[in-house]
Design a protein. Structure first.
Length: 413
């Protein structure tokens, strides 16, 4: 789960990826996305990003930097927040209720994830206290300042909130009952980017060795078995591998990989291997779904587990967009279709449990005075998966025709 908690997305000097910030995307996206709603705003948060829905689609967990009081310095790191979703009488998402911080002041936080079976429980990565290193080692994408950090102190913790949190609409005070963040396990080095399996037994996570470890800076994907309290490495190839998620049927995982060591990321899937006790013991049939000269990251399964939505720099590092690709490893043709069509950053897409809404991080709001682009904030829109799959099927048919034509043109009797 690559997060904006440690990401800087900066266009090359002298370029403006979104000179007009026009609202044309409302029409350009309406084949798949409609009823757009901006969930967070610059008034409350300097920036917000990477949010995930609870299993009942009633609340979200997200990270953000709060807007400081006048004359005060903004926080250096992201905090973790939870907030209930506002819905109208028709059940449409129309906004957020009051947001509450659940992380410790001054700590660096990333990658929250709701518990799949225990209501109002969640996990996230945190340093608990301010990171000791001013500029810890991390992943860097060339000279575009596309990077994220691996604080050695980062651990995965779990906590909970009182349901009264989620009923707060900001108009009245509430009693703030929540659990103290508790480490799920402790390892030296960076541990974060975690997500529970649908039955909550296993936790996928990314581990990066400490600077004095055997493979410093080389992220690997591990799985923690809460039933046996064991850790098993799943993806240990050279190069950064991270941001893992389970498919909804728990048969596969998806993740991003810098397997080629070229500071680019590709979207991967792999089948999970289980033993007779139900423990995950490894992966099989690892498949690279994207193969290009771009950064492809934050893949997330659609509800049927047949497709992935993800962010890509195919249109430039100043204009990341959300695309969709088929997750089936056996396909001979695998086109990609574009979901978002606004200027500026669009990424970190996730879909509700009922499959009807997509939430993502975007720079498409109004410009604040003195800023060159809108801040990163959370957006949500109604997502038409049936329409998306029809468009994908048509694109696949066209891709097969083009592939056959290329093969015919290359034929030499």
């Amino acid at each position: 789960m690559l997060t904006l908690a440690a990401v800087a997305l900066v266009a090359p000097p002298g370029t403006n990826p979104n000179p007009d910030w026009d609202p044309a995307w409302t029409n350009a996206e309406n084949a798949i996305l409609t009823d757009h709603v901006q969930l967070t705003s610059r008034d409350e948060f300097l920036k917000a990003g990477e949010a995930y829905f609870s299993p009942d689609d009633d609340w979200i967990i997200f990270q953000a930097i709060p807007a400081p009081a006048e004359g005060e310095t903004p926080d250096q790191h992201y905090s973790m927040y939870v907030a209930g979703l506002k819905r109208n009488e028709s059940g449409d998402i129309v906004g957020l209720k009051q947001a509450f911080r659940v992380s410790e002041p001054g700590s660096a936080n990333t990658c929250g994830w709701p518990h799949p079976t225990k209501p109002y429980h969640f996990l996230f990565g945190t340093t608990t206290t301010p990171p000791k290193e001013d500029d810890p080692a991390g992943y860097q994408r060339g000279t575009s300042k596309y990077s994220w950090q691996f604080p050695r102190e980062m651990e995965i913790v779990r906590s909970w909130i009182d349901p009264e949190f989620l009923d707060a609409d900001g108009t009245q005070g509430v009693n703030l009952f929540m659990g103290e963040p508790e480490a799920m396990f402790t390892r030296d080095g960076y541990d974060a980017e975690a997500s529970w399996s649908p039955d909550s037994r296993h936790i996928l996570y990314t581990h990066v060795d400490a600077p004095d470890g055997l493979r410093p800076g080389d992220g690997d994907i591990w799985v923690y078995d809460a039933e046996y309290n064991t850790h098993t490495p799943l993806v240990t190839a050279r190069g950064y591998d991270g941001g893992p998620f389970f498919s909804h049927d728990a048969k596969r995982i998806t993740y991003r990989s810098d397997r080629r060591g070229d500071n680019l990321l590709q979207v991967m899937v792999a089948d999970l291997v289980y033993d007779d006790t139900g423990a995950i013991t490894g992966i099989a049939n690892e498949t690279q779904l994207t193969d290009n000269a771009h950064v492809n990251w934050c893949p997330f399964f659609t509800r049927d587990s047949d497709y992935l939505v993800y962010a890509t720099s195919e249109l430039g590092h100043g204009n990341y967009e959300v695309f969709m690709v088929a997750a089936d490893p056996s396909l001979d043709v695998r086109p990609r279709i574009r979901i978002t069509k606004a200027r500026g950053f669009d990424g970190l897409p996730v879909i509700t449990a009922d499959g009807e809404w997509m939430m993502w991080t975007a720079q498409r709001g109004e410009l604040a005075e003195g800023e060159g682009r809108p801040s990163s904030q959370l957006w949500v829109a109604r997502y038409d998966h049936t329409r998306a799959t029809k468009i994908y099927a048509a694109t696949t048919r066209q891709a097969r025709v083009e592939a056959q034509q290329d093969e015919f043109d290359a034929y030499e009797p």
